[in-house]
Design a protein around this ligand. Structure first.
Ligand code: SF4
Length: 398
């Protein structure tokens, strides 16, 4: 097979349905057992309103910034994952917390809410590809190999919020901390101090946030960082490399933010007069290094809101948020940084039919898609989350 230019055309890749075929382990579920309303039902908005009104104070709906507009409309509060988990914890009277976000966020909400509260994720297939890149077995094996190399006892784990409860619990068991994209600098400084001279940090699961925080925010050398590849023996590293490194970065990334490119930053600067580029720290280091501003979703929102009218922005984060920002701040000129980046596919699993199904089921007295973290995992994960809350100057507001 050739293209019109005569060059060989690459063989077509088979479409891989999430959670099926070779991808079995990467998603936590792809089916909804319930009787979902038809997406074409013109009464969906009314049904969602009616179900929410019927539940009243018994339900609290959380909406992550990357959710669709049709879902955000029904959120009692919007925010990033940490803000939403704290909001859930601050509503002890809500019997049900419906989390419009992804699986790890619902787990964190379950860990931080009271025993008698139930967290519901409207679609169990709303996972996170980054969180799925660090499985607990792989992380435990890594730790054993660090121990064999003689470095585990001098290593402190720092785990990004975007991780499974099991990985958070691993972090708690080994005296580490959770971090968010806003407090990663504080968390990393704490962990490096705790590790002491010659000590190390194992940063999970987002290599880009770890590298950007270490090199950009703390101004430390990139050469101190190595990447642990869980699919290679000994992480693909030699014992010498491990001993010499300060930052052991897990080989994980966000499948959305990892796609923003240097070429897109250069194109924005070329095509949009006076543009400022603002990106999320989950972007690759070379993209972050070229940006004018770097920050979490909450910080991106605050920065744009505070900018003088007429400022031009090219924004490198999830498209749903960028489109809402453009609508919310028409006095700014807001562009999406990269034309080849799509919505987060798992965030977008939560749609109005799933939300209606989850709410109407609660009205009928049926809890669907409850997210429950077992007690032991919850206890250690909570220790790591509490450590984050105890960090000096912890704001948690980004
Ligand atoms: S945007 Fe990235 S980190 Fe966030 S849920 Fe989607 S894949 Fe995960």
């Amino acid at each position: 097979m050739t293209t019109t230019t005569g060059a060989p055309r690459p063989a077509p890749l088979p479409l891989l349905v999430l959670g099926q075929g070779r991808d079995l382990a990467s998603e936590r579920g792809v089916e909804c057992p319930g009787d979902l309303p038809a997406p074409s039902d013109p009464g969906l908005v009314e049904r969602a309103r009616a179900a929410k009104a019927a539940l009243g104070e018994r339900v609290f709906v959380l909406g992550h910034h990357y959710q669709r507009d049709e879902v955000i409309e029904f959120a009692d509060v919007t925010g990033d994952s940490f803000k939403l988990a704290k909001e859930a914890a601050a509503r002890p009277d809500a019997e049900y917390v419906v989390f419009c976000g992804v699986h790890f966020m619902a787990e964190s909400a379950d860990i931080l809410t009271a025993e008698e509260q139930t967290v519901v994720l409207p679609d169990l297939a709303a996972g996170c590809s980054m969180a799925d890149m660090a499985a607990i077995d792989q992380v435990q094996e890594c730790w054993e190999q660090l121990a064999e190399a003689g470095v585990a006892e001098r290593t402190v784990p720092v785990t990004y919020m975007n991780s499974s409860a099991a990985i958070k619990a691993f972090t708690g068991r080994h005296g580490g901390t959770i971090c968010t994209s806003s407090n990663a600098r504080t968390a990393l400084t704490w962990a490096l101090d705790r590790a002491g001279d010659g000590g190390k940090v194992l940063f999970l699961p987002d290599q880009h946030l770890g590298r950007n925080t270490y090199a950009r925010d703390l101004g430390r050398p990139l050469e101190d960082c190595v990447v642990w590849d869980p699919h290679r023996p000994m992480g693909g590293l030699t014992p010498e490399q491990l001993r010499d490194a300060t930052m052991i970065l897990w080989r994980g990334h966000c499948s959305v933010h990892g796609r923003f490119s240097v070429e897109a930053v250069e194109a924005a600067r070329r095509d949009i007069p006076g543009v400022k580029v603002i990106v999320h720290p989950e972007c690759r280091h070379e993209v972050v290094a070229l940006a004018d501003e770097v920050g979490s979703t909450e910080r991106i929102i605050r920065t744009i809101a505070a900018a003088p009218a007429g400022t031009a922005w090219a924004v490198g984060t999830e498209l749903n948020l960028v489109r809402r920002l453009a609508a919310q701040f028409p006095e700014q000129r807001i562009a999406f940084l990269e034309k080849n980046v799509c919505y987060c596919s798992t965030m977008n699993r939560i749609d109005l039919p799933h939300l209606v199904w989850a709410l109407e089921s609660l009205v009928e007295g049926r809890v669907v898609n409850a997210i429950r973290v077992d007690d032991e995992t919850s206890r250690y994960a909570r220790a790591a989350l509490d450590q984050m809350l105890a960090l000096p100057g912890e704001t948690g507001k980004d």
